[in-house]
Design a protein around this ligand. Structure first.
Ligand code: ATP
Ligand code: MG
Length: 551
């Protein structure tokens, strides 16, 4: 039987080969967030790759917090990261912390010192940087480079015991100050930082650097495929060097292209600044690219996974179109979300031949794709609200919504005809006087069709809601192209949030689906946690239609 087979991405090819040759018996990946901020859409890609590969090949994934920088890290972030991963529906095997390995890393550092492979350097940060040289010119050896192992061990222990202030000394690997790979020019292994750590408290005042930490953590856990973003490819030789030098389990690092999205920034440092400056309401502001932000916006885990699947895994950096993500959100919600009618910019419409006081309840499907599925009851009365934009007095020929003497169907109900228009002194339309045709009730009488169908709500039964209409946070498509002399905040979209009112059919407020709903003919919206019974608040997830089509 011919099965349609997607070609393998480069990581799948590597893994299949490693499994086939028996290089590894099974695969173990890890997701290594630094708990210094909330996860964003870029992390979702990394999560989909790491957990996705493990799932596909019957392996496992560890969650390992890369918590070596105590001044920036916090348990608030640790908890939020777990919540976001759970929300995406991924399950880690072990929850681990780089700080779990501080003792082991320290022991290995002493071992390297005794073998003459590491030394304590008294130079300042500036001197060390200057001494590194450039890609063209070799670095300069530190005057402290040739201390004896005994002296280095004593000094390193004194560093550990708190004898020195921040920045006074560092421990460096003794490799090669002339190496063409700048990473090998005696990289710093430990720095002094008198700061409390979210897990180890005040036990340590020296903390290991990323390069001295990451590979060893992978190795301790027997991670088979350590997958990270492209900018780490220059670190890979050093990753391998520490593992080889220490003679420990040979984990391997592989790099893929990070996710960049149009009109979006994904640097945690900048996202933190937006939060701290109050430019957004918090990490979970629905305009933020954070997972808690898009969740509050109404994006679903299914849509994010669909998106990650579509963009695939590549080795070349690329700017992805945010419209593809929005398209995925629309695809997912279109299939699943409940429908309701909400009028946002209303004009009153009176049915002049409607029996006074009569209320007729229409049974309307919650999802038209399943006409026999669940339904909601929608009240029809003589006073209705429709969108101002659905009426036009001097309408062009192709305008199929309501116009004087024109007919239109009020969704799910009758065909009505516009008989007269009431205006105020300044000529604004304040009320439309219409008649309805009782024989056009769906499911009864004769079926007659008209070109236009518009949504409506009963004025008497309408529930007023607050709508937060979101747009892109930034105006520049490629946020990596902010000119040198400008700040990324110069490109904030001043209209990224508009607050408007809406008038909703009553069933909307009873919706219990837990996902975004469709406001018919408009878009997808999700009830926000700021809602009160008096003032329900809905966030716009994405508009209903867009000319965008994925390739
Ligand atoms: P930032 O630069 O936003 O602070 P980071 O890379 O420092 O991000 P980490 O917490 O260290 O954030 O990232 C955890 C994992 O997620 C890493 O493996 C990292 O490579 C990956 N990751 C981060 N950003 C992206 C992105 N935009 N696309 C794909 N993967 C990403
Ligand atoms: Mg990082």
């Amino acid at each position: 039987m011919e099965e349609e087979k997607k070609s393998l991405n480069f990581l799948e090819e590597i893994i299949e080969e490693d499994l086939r040759t028996g290089k590894v018996p099974s695969i173990l990946t890890r997701f290594p967030p630094e708990p210094n901020g909330y996860l964003h859409l870029g992390h979702a890609k990394s999560l989909c790759i790491n957990f996705g590969l493990a799932q596909k090949y019957g392996g496992k994934t560890n969650l390992r917090y890369d918590d070596t920088n105590p001044t920036k890290e916090d348990t608030e972030y640790v908890d939020a990261i777990k919540e976001d991963i759970n929300w995406l529906g991924f399950h880690w095997d072990k929850e681990l912390y780089a700080s779990d390995y501080f003792d082991q890393l320290y022991e290995w550092a002493e071992k390297m010192i005794l073998e003459g492979l590491a030394y304590v350097d008294d130079q300042s940060q500036e001197e060390i940087s200057a001494g590194r040289g450039t890609v063209e010119t070799p670095g300069k050896e530190s005057p402290w480079r040739n201390r004896t192992p005994e002296e280095n061990l004593r000094l390193f222990r004194e560093m550990r015991d708190g004898k020195y202030a921040d920045g006074e000394k560092v421990l460096r690997a003794k490799i090669d100050m002339a190496s063409p790979n700048m990473m090998f020019r005696d990289p710093i292994m430990y720095r002094i930082k008198h700061a409390s750590h979210h897990r180890t408290g005040d036990k340590w005042c020296i903390y290991p650097m990323y390069d001295y930490t990451h590979g060893q953590c992978d190795s301790i856990e027997h991670i088979t495929h350590s997958i990270c973003t492209l900018e780490f490819d220059v670190h890979r030789p050093l990753y391998d060097w520490f593992i080889k030098t220490l003679g420990i389990y040979p984990s391997h690092q592989y790099e893929f292209a990070r996710l960049n999205l149009t009109y979006t920034l994904m640097s945690k440092r900048k996202l933190l600044e937006l939060v701290q400056k109050g430019i957004v309401s918090g990490w979970d502001d629905p305009r933020m690219p954070t997972l808690c932000g898009v969740r509050r916006r109404g994006y679903t885990p299914e849509a994010l996974k669909m998106f990650c699947d579509k963009i695939g895994v590549s080795k070349r950096d690329q700017l992805m179109d945010i419209q593809l993500l929005e398209w995925c959100v629309r695809q997912d919600l279109n299939a699943r979300s409940n429908r309701y009618m909400v009028v946002q910019d209303p004009v009153k419409l009176t049915i002049t031949n409607w029996p006074e006081g009569k209320v007729e309840w229409f049974d309307c499907p919650l999802n038209p794709a399943e006409p026999e599925g669940a339904s909601r009851k929608v009240p029809f009365t003589g006073s209705l609200l429709i969108e101002k934009a659905d009426f036009m007095e001097d309408a062009p020929k192709k305008f199929f919504r309501l116009k004087p003497d024109g007919e239109v169907r009020l969704k799910y109900t009758y065909i009505i005809k516009c008989e007269d228009v009431v205006k105020d002194e300044s000529g604004n339309v304040t009320e439309l006087l219409c008649t309805y045709d009782p024989s056009t009730r769906p499911g009864g009488g004769e079926w007659r069709s008209v070109k236009g169908t518009i949504h409506w709500v009963s004025e008497e039964f309408a529930r007023k809601i607050v709508i937060r209409d979101y747009d892109r946070l930034f105006t520049l498509a490629d946020m990596s192209q902010v000119p040198e002399d400008r700040d990324y905040k110069d490109f904030l979209n001043p209209d990224s949030l508009k607050i408007v009112s809406g008038y909703a059919e009553p069933a909307l407020l009873e919706d219990a689906s837990g996902i975004a709903v469709q406001f018919e003919r408009t878009g997808y919206y999700i009830k926000d946690s700021d809602s009160t019974p008096e003032e329900p608040v809905f966030n716009k997830t994405v508009s209903l239609k867009d000319s965008y089509k994925p390739e």
